[in-house]
Design a protein around this ligand. Structure first.
Ligand SMILES: CC(C)(COP(=O)(O)OP(=O)(O)OC[C@H]1O[C@@H](n2cnc3c(N)ncnc32)[C@H](O)[C@@H]1OP(=O)(O)O)[C@@H](O)C(=O)NCCC(=O)NCCS
Length: 188
């Protein structure tokens, strides 16, 4: 138990498994306080997957089948400034570098009340997926996310704690999201 009285998910990790979304998996136990994330999972994610626009992964509790968290992943490419390229030791003439984006990430409220670390575990799993791509299929140097500050101003801190940096060029105060990225090869 940590200070908040929650158990760390890491200690019970084996009680969960990561599954790819299919139309057959029951999703109705999932509930996120931000309705947009429920709407997406219940009504848009299967279509987006069939249209090859976003692939969704579910963290399911083995005993009940309940969905504790989900994330949708898409291919991405990001522009880095000269300073950023230097920081990441990227001496290439290309304007963009290959990446994978966490297009959606949400944890179900009932599991969030019980466990700490589910969101971070999902990020670790996204990194493992990117690493598997690097080993076998295609290169992917960064994990990116558009941190949803419209719904939760402090969410950037969650990503910062997980090694993400805000992009240099995203200081516009009217933005609903902040573009952030994490180098999966070197920590900047
Ligand atoms: C954001 C979200 C995925 C985080 O999941 P989680 O399981 O609560 O996160 P973790 O327990 O792994 O948190 C890791 C650290 O980040 C901190 N953190 C988590 N959410 C935070 C938030 N919204 N603001 C600030 N810090 C946060 C935690 O306190 C923890 O800090 P610690 O290591 O010092 O204790 C979850 O709150 C969620 O589903 N939010 C609603 C949907 C959403 O906003 N998704 C992100 C869209 S970009």
């Amino acid at each position: 138990m940590n200070q908040s009285g929650k158990k760390s998910i890491i200690s019970d990790k084996r009680l969960f498994s990561l599954k790819q979304l299919t139309g057959k998996i029951r999703l109705d136990s999932f509930f996120c306080q931000i309705e947009e994330y429920n709407e997406y999972l219940f009504h848009e994610a299967v279509k987006a997957q069939n249209d090859q626009m976003a692939l969704t992964w579910l963290l399911c509790e083995r005993s009940s089948g309940a969905v504790a968290s989900y994330m949708s992943l898409i291919a991405d490419a990001i522009k880095l400034s000269a300073t950023e390229k230097e920081l990441h030791k990227l001496e290439y003439p290309f304007k963009t570098v290959p990446a994978m984006k966490i297009a959606k990430l949400a944890v179900s409220a009932s599991f969030q009340e019980k466990y700490s670390g589910i969101g971070s575990l999902m990020i670790d799993m996204a990194i493992q997926i990117a690493e598997a791509c690097n080993e076998q299929y295609f290169a992917c140097r960064f994990i990116t996310v558009d941190a949803d500050i419209e719904h939760n101003e402090s969410v950037m801190n969650f990503y910062k704690k997980n090694g993400f940096l805000p992009n240099e060029e995203t200081n516009n105060k009217r933005r609903k999201t902040i573009s952030m990225r994490r180098d999966i090869l070197f920590k900047a």
